[in-house]
Ligand binder design. Structure first.
Ligand code: BDP
Length: 586
């Protein structure tokens, strides 16, 4: 889906601000969709609603919540259409305009739109109501299930981050011509060749022009599909986010699509960007902040990129779901490389059982009653939606179609084979991978041949060999050797490694949980990585501490951050900074 951008033919009005909000109480039957909410409280959009109020009922709510506001419809001219755009409603939404349903969307981390032209009177205001549902099921991505206890209904899930919910990203009102550009796909070559394909149903005439960063036209072409060359091209490179704009003109519509010229390739155990070996330095991150939860916030976005640059990071993974469109645009502009991950996290009951679950949870990952053919269908649709949204971002160099799924069984192979193929079909221009879990070692793993890279989350020295970095080091080394033997030619990227670390806890003995242990832990991993040219990436877990469900494994959330949750560096951040800025490994 194209991100809403202004142009001579398009307007975009943000509807962010303080909306009315209420927890569901049979609101559908009571007619809340078309009437003012009976007992609303204020709620900022975008934000997760969970931590904004002081109410435990809001914090722990399971089910639908209602958002409402009045919106001024603009006057429309020349047959323009009026649309609503939602950046993300987590996890499912129904939208009404003046009480009439205009959209339903499932999937908490991707945008959706509704054409509301026929439901409003141009120039008059209308009532906009949205019901957002935070429930996860075996057929949602990510999966989860509900458990009814004496104390109430509880949402159980298999991933290690809090199930924040609400209108997490911007809501926008858009006008555009009836005949409009609805899709554009751009791929590029190093000599400046740009291949483009446009969809604009009903358009009689389609053309494109390419503008450089100074807004000068550097190339033009006619037709819905074509190949055009930029003379003396400036490449998009890690650390230098040079962007062009492809202006697509379809009859009266103009859509400006930013893009960069760069190539990506996996060859001889190397990850090549513009034909040169790239070494990933950075982190797995979360969209997670104090009070806002997963609500998008430009202040925190810019600050986080500042911190990444300060530390010498050149990349991150969108663990464990697609991030806001604004973040992807900003990564393009900043020249930060992105591993773009789906929301398929927690497809592994074997590993998550003991950590996150309730005693009554199921034990089999793939089955008729748990993750089944319908989940696979939803997962495939999600992969395709993500690729459709992010395919033109030069920062995105690799798709990760799942985090730590079960991957050592026949069932996992049947599940993933068609999904890997779907990702390749949707985007033949980028490598595809999945992130491997520690219990699925090279001797057991069954799906790596479907993918281009080996991505590993490893916790030697934390969940295993805790406080024994000597043994951890030797096992880590052995395992890397195992992957290299199993997957000749495939580069290895460490997508997670790191110990929980309580900021401020110092320990002469450098024992677990201390800042000293985190330093030693990273030193050990980096020493081992440096022995293997096949290891082309080091993304620590996590960029910052983040919120999780409470439990005996977590102290106020997951503490594996390089920074605290309020973005103060831990001691290891300085050490790792020296390494990353010191030019070692890229
Ligand atoms: C990995 C998961 C990640 C967790 C991390 C941890 O990919 O989401 O937060 O472990 O346990 O299994 O800290």
């Amino acid at each position: 889906m194209l991100f809403p951008r202004t142009s001579p033919s398009r307007t975009v009005t943000p509807l962010d601000g303080v909306w009315e909000f209420q927890l569901d109480a049979d609101g559908r039957e009571a007619g809340w969709a078309g009437n003012p909410l009976p007992e609303p409280r204020p709620m900022p959009v975008p934000s997760s609603y969970n931590d904004v109020t002081v109410s435990p009922h809001v914090h722990d709510h399971v089910g639908e919540v209602w958002y409402q506001r009045r919106v001024q419809a603009p006057r429309l001219h020349d047959g323009d259409r009026l649309h609503l755009w939602f950046g993300a409603a987590t996890h499912a939404a129904t939208v009404w305009v003046n009480g009439q349903e205009v959209a339903r969307h499932v999937g908490g981390y991707l945008p959706f739109e509704a054409d509301i032209t026929d439901h409003v009177v141009p120039g008059e205001s209308f009532l906009l109501t949205v019901a957002v549902d935070n429930r996860l099921s075996w057929q949602s991505i990510p999966p989860g299930y509900l458990e009814v206890e004496e104390s109430g209904i509880h949402q159980r899930y298999f991933h290690d981050f809090y199930n924040y919910a609400g209108l997490h990203r911007g809501v926008k009102l858009i006008t555009r011509p009836a005949v409009a550009v609805s899709d554009v796909t751009i791929t590029t070559e190093l000599d400046g060749t740009v291949n483009y394909r446009v969809v604009a149903d009903g358009a009689r005439q389609i053309g494109v022009r390419i503008l450089d960063a100074q807004q000068q036209v550097v190339a033009r072409a006619e037709g819905a599909e074509g190949r055009v060359k930029i003379p003396e091209v400036t490449l998009w490179e890690p650390g230098r986010g040079y962007l062009y704009t492809l202006e697509v003109i379809a009859d009266d519509d103009l859509y400006p699509q930013p893009f960069g010229v760069r190539t990506v390739e996996v060859r001889d155990s190397q990850f090549l960007i513009n034909g040169r070996p790239f070494h990933f330095k950075g982190y797995g991150r979360h969209e997670d902040n104090l009070v806002r939860g997963k609500g998008h916030d430009d202040v925190m976005m810019v600050h986080d990129f500042e911190l990444m640059r300060w530390q010498g990071a050149n990349s991150f993974r969108t663990s464990h779901y697609p991030y806001a469109d604004e973040v992807m645009d900003f990564a393009d502009q900043q020249g930060i490389v992105v591993i773009d991950e789906t929301a398929a996290v927690g497809l592994n009951i074997g590993i998550s059982g003991g950590i996150f679950g309730s005693p009554n949870q199921p034990t089999v990952t793939f089955s008729q009653d748990t993750i089944n053919a319908e989940t696979q269908r939803v997962h495939e649709a999600h992969i395709r939606e993500l690729i459709a949204r992010d395919k033109n971002h030069p920062s995105v160099v690799l798709w990760s179609i799942a985090n730590e799924p079960e991957s050592h069984t026949d069932a996992s192979r049947s599940y993933f084979e068609p999904l890997a193929a779907a990702a390749r079909e949707a985007d033949p221009s980028r490598p595809v991978g999945y992130v491997n879990v520690m219990i699925s070692t090279p001797d057991k793993e069954r799906i790596i041949d479907l993918f281009d890279v080996v991505m590993l989350n490893r916790y030697y020295g934390w969940y295993w060999q805790n406080n024994d970095l000597v043994l951890a080091e030797s096992l880590l080394r052995q395992e890397i050797q195992g992957w290299i033997s199993l997957c000749p030619g495939k580069p290895v990227i460490f997508t997670e490694y790191g110990p929980d670390t309580l900021a401020g806890m110092r320990d002469l003995q450098a024992r677990p949980w201390s800042e000293d242990y985190q330093e030693k832990f990273f030193d050990m991993y980096h020493r081992v990585f440096d022995e293997f040219p096949e290891v082309v990436g080091e993304q620590t877990w996590n960029f910052a501490d983040f919120q999780t469900i409470p439990g005996i494994m977590r102290v106020g959330g997951n503490r594996k951050g390089m920074f605290t949750r309020d973005r103060t560096p831990k001691a290891a951040a300085y050490k790792v900074r020296e390494r990353w800025l010191g030019g070692q490994n890229g």
